[in-house]
Design a protein around this ligand. Structure first.
Ligand code: NDP
Length: 404
């Protein structure tokens, strides 16, 4: 039995992971789950899966959880506070840790799992974007196994030469191609995009995901973060990572080899495939995902991304090339800007404008250690907040329409 901890269990990836694990009770044992403050869903998960440990980062929510459960879950030890997630990530009985907390909040527990030499299933791309060199070093030093969950990186990993490991440069690879659905505004005009609401932004055409990543997908920042993620995971320079818009989301990404071969991984757009792949690796197991009917699929289209309507992509490409703390600043500014957009304090084009402004006015040197990452992250968040407050409400002072 393989002991598994799922961090971010109440989220979209977390729930898909619990679904896959439940299909294989002979193979996996759920040791622990962790989330932030969704007491209702978390309590239901505890009662259904009966993990040995359950941790909520928000102490008030943890108190509420204990009161709600009463004596109903005697076999589950309840923990509270952000450090409890780190504790779960390093439990001796857990061989495998799913890192599926959203945003920078996932960084400490992800790093801890790597340092503890776990099999790390990485969905929390923000931790790699923020601290790629540190995380990859920790994986190397502790002999951890890093398996990408992001469908694109998982696809690339599947298309790499046998025996490839995250962090080492794959042999014979000319470039990797990340596919992008293009998001809900793929075919919208610049004028329409300028007036996009949070409701429209989170309505992704192909994938069901959390709100933050859905907005990232609408701005194409998600693809930018994935580009940075790919550079660290596969030890490639930004110039060897390309992006192609593929509206059907059937090809999850491709690897081009020096001999002209282009290998792709295809499948239904359902995160349970990469999750099951990473849980079973190097074997394969059932994921519950519908099999692909190629005849029904019929058409696969490809086009270049439009940098005019989706300026976030270029911002991320520049941060990837700059390296050091630049991706940290990008990620922090993005998280704050997306949050403000979801709360209707910033309009859609304002997300890119504010991030660009913060990047321009924040110095981003090399990464010495985690303290540098956390300091740059905090500074960029503060600046972004100030900038949004200065703009004062949705759209005021922000250039409407696409920039450039
Ligand atoms: P969701 O918004 O659906 O879920 C987020 C999870 O993180 C919830 O369990 C939430 O707990 C928890 N969480 C949020 N803030 C904190 C915090 N401060 N401390 C501890 N836990 C916290 O996100 P997704 O599942 O969509 O995404 C998770 C990660 O996976 C992201 O990094 C995303 O980029 C990545 N990813 C997601 C994909 C998808 O298809 N959804 C695809 C590829 C990558 P609570 O519910 O209690 O607030």
């Amino acid at each position: 039995m393989i002991g598994v901890v799922v961090l971010g269990s109440t989220g979209s990836i977390g729930e898909s992971t619990l679904d896959v694990l439940a299909r294989h009770p002979q193979r996996f044992r759920l040791i622990g789950i962790g989330a932030n403050r969704n007491v209702e869903k978390f309590a239901a998960q505890i009662l259904k899966y009966r993990p040995a440990y359950a941790a909520l980062a928000d102490p008030a929510a943890a108190g509420e959880l204990a009161a709600r459960l009463g004596n109903a879950a005697p076999g589950t030890r309840l923990l509270a506070g952000p450090e409890a997630l780190t504790e779960l990530a390093t439990l001796e009985t857990a061989e495998c840790v799913m890192a599926a907390i959203v945003g920078a909040a996932g960084l400490p527990s992800t790093l801890a799992a790597a340092r503890a030499g776990k099999r790390l299933l990485l969905a929390n791309k923000e931790s790699l974007v923020m601290s790629g060199p540190l995380l990859m070093q920790a994986v190397h030093d502790a002999g951890a196994t890093l398996l990408p969950i992001d469908s694109e990186h998982n696809a690339i990993f599947q298309c790499l030469p046998a025996g490839s490991r995250a962090g080492s440069t794959p042999k014979g690879v000319r470039r990797v191609l990340l596919t992008a659905s293009g998001g809900p505004f793929r075919d919208w005009s610049a004028e329409q995009i300028a007036a996009a609401t949070p409701e429209a932004a989170v309505a992704h055409p192909n994938w069901v995901m959390g709100r933050k990543i859905s907005v990232d997908s609408a701005t194409l920042m998600n693809k930018g973060l994935e580009l940075i993620e790919a550079c660290f995971l596969f030890n490639l320079p930004a110039e060897q990572v390309d992006i192609v818009v593929h509206p059907q989301s059937i090809i999850h990404s491709l690897v081009e080899y020096v001999d002209g071969s282009l290998l792709a991984q295809l499948g239904s757009p359902d995160m349970r495939t990469p999750i099951a792949y990473a849980l079973a690796w190097p074997e394969r197991m059932d994921s519950g995902v519908a099999f692909l009917d190629l005849v029904k699929t019929a058409r696969l289209e490809f086009r270049a991304p439009d940098p005019q309507r989706f300026p976030c992509l270029a911002l991320a490409q520049a941060a990837a090339r700059a390296g050091g703390l630049a991706p940290v600043v990008l990620n922090a500014a993005n998280e704050i800007a997306v949050h403000a957009f979801l709360e209707k304090r910033l309009n859609f084009p304002g997300i890119a404008s504010v991030i660009e402004d913060v990047i321009t006015h924040t110095s981003a040197g090399p990464i010495g250690g985690l303290e540098d990452v956390l300091a740059a992250d905090a500074e960029a968040r503060l600046r972004t907040q100030e900038r949004i407050e200065m703009l004062g409400g949705a759209g005021r002072g922000v250039r409407a329409g696409a920039r450039g």
